[in-house]
Design a protein around this ligand. Structure first.
Ligand code: SF4
Ligand code: SF4
Length: 414
């Protein structure tokens, strides 16, 4: 239910009154907090805005309102402000705030649930909402998508050679190629709508215009710096996760099990595998190496794929083990959506290695064909579901961090 409030709730929520919406009436969604709870939040209505979480949060900046302001948005029903808040994505769920909250309001859980809620709100198909809030239906959909891809690929299968594994005779390469393109187009359509919605909301809130981004050499240089900061330093380099949030993990986790490292290896591994796949395709395109041709381990593209695969499988395995052991407060509560994403990533990585093993065994094992079919189907499924599951944070977080960097530049310069 929505209502029009004439008070400045942004100010009430802790934001200064001089922003672009200062003093203007805002629509209040009275069911917002209940809705966020459906995405896994604890009851933050107990929060009395004491600010302890802000004081303890390693990522809280100088204005002293994060993460308290995001909690307040939920409490007072400021849906638009919540969805256009880039700060939502700066949190890495270290759970230091939950440890110190005197009201046991679990702010860290709330932040994670608010991000799930945001992903579902940006998705107009409502599939993301179903995946997050109805785990049985969500898991069934995920299984059906995998079965669909497997049946689709198998329907065009060719012979299974027994002397050596000829994977692309079994499942034709053009079929995989064109299915992959169709999946990419679908991701682009579904994902870009959400990203545009989020970017428009944040830009309006932060008073960022086209001229701020591209209006002259200084603006353009600032944009490039913000892009580097968001994508290079934070998303790939994991700077704040690695440095600021690491402090919270130092005491109770060995280095090889630390969340930032496991997360970073997962990100780097995934990006490495993606790069190896694209390079392999390009090499085939220019006639250097046909896809699927056996090459030695030191062949650069294969080497990149192998190292990236090891990094990803290791990273995801640590993330899964940490969740199974509930090894720290941050992973005390795992939602079905957390498991679904991690399991899919792990299966793609592990079957990739199994496939590699089957290719290089002296006597070609016939199970290699089934592993191949399984691997391709789950990889396609993972990519197709990207905008609707936890994987979506890989798109939304860097975009939000870009605006965060731009907003910081703006406030520093003026
Ligand atoms: S520490 Fe707890 S009660 Fe205090 S502002 Fe944060 S969430 Fe609210
Ligand atoms: S979970 Fe960590 S990063 Fe996120 S708001 Fe709490 S203290 Fe800050």
């Amino acid at each position: 239910m929505t209502a029009l409030a004439s008070t400045d709730l942004d100010a009430d929520a802790g934001q200064s009154d001089d922003g672009p919406r200062g003093g203007r009436p805002v629509l209040v969604d009275t069911g917002l907090l209940d809705d966020i709870k459906r995405f896994g939040a604890a009851d933050v209505s107990a929060c009395f805005s004491c600010g302890t979480c802000t004081a303890i949060c390693p990522l809280s900046d100088n204005d002293g309102t994060f993460p308290r302001r995001i909690i307040r948005y939920g409490q007072v029903g400021m849906k638009d402000a919540l969805l256009s808040s880039e700060e939502l994505w700066t949190c890495y769920q270290c759970a230091s705030c939950s440890d110190s909250c005197p009201q046991q309001a679990e702010p860290s859980e709330y932040m994670a649930a608010a991000r799930r809620y945001a992903i579902a709100s940006y998705d107009k198909t409502r599939l993301a909402r179903t995946m997050y809030t109805r785990p049985v239906i969500g898991t069934s959909i995920a299984l059906l998508v995998a079965v669909f891809f497997a049946a689709f690929m198998y329907s065009s299968h060719g012979p299974r050679a027994t002397t050596s594994l000829k994977l692309f005779s079994f499942i034709p390469l053009p079929l995989i190629h064109y299915t992959g393109i169709a999946v990419m187009v679908m991701i682009l359509l579904a994902g870009s709508t959400g990203v545009i919605m989020m970017a428009r909301g944040i830009a309006r809130r932060e008073d960022v215009h086209l001229s701020t981004v591209l209006g002259g050499p200084a603006a353009f240089a600032g944009t490039l710096a913000a892009l580097w900061d968001a994508f290079g330093v934070e998303s790939i380099g994991q700077r704040r996760y690695r440095t600021d949030c690491n402090e919270a993990q130092k005491d109770d986790e060995s280095l090889y099990r630390r969340r930032w490292l496991a997360h970073a290896l997962t990100v780097w591994g995934f990006l490495g595998l993606l790069t190896a796949t694209i390079l392999d395709y390009l090499l085939a395109l220019i006639g250097v190496k046909k896809t699927g041709t056996p090459v030695p381990i030191w062949y650069p593209v294969r080497l990149l794929g192998t190292i990236a695969g090891i990094a990803m499988v290791y990273g995801v395995s640590i993330l899964i083990l940490n969740r199974l052991r509930k090894s720290n407060r941050a992973v005390k509560e795992s939602k079905p959506s957390d498991w679904m994403f991690l399991v899919m990533l792990w299966v793609v990585g592990a079957t990739g290695f199994l496939l590699e093993l089957s290719l290089y065994l002296p006597h070609a094992p016939s199970w290699g064909y089934w592993v191949f079919l399984f691997h391709v189907s789950v990889a396609m499924e993972l990519m197709l579901l990207l905008p609707f599951i936890k994987f979506a944070h890989a798109i939304y977080r860097p975009v939000a961090l870009f605006f965060y960097a731009l907003a910081k530049q703006k406030s520093a310069s003026g």
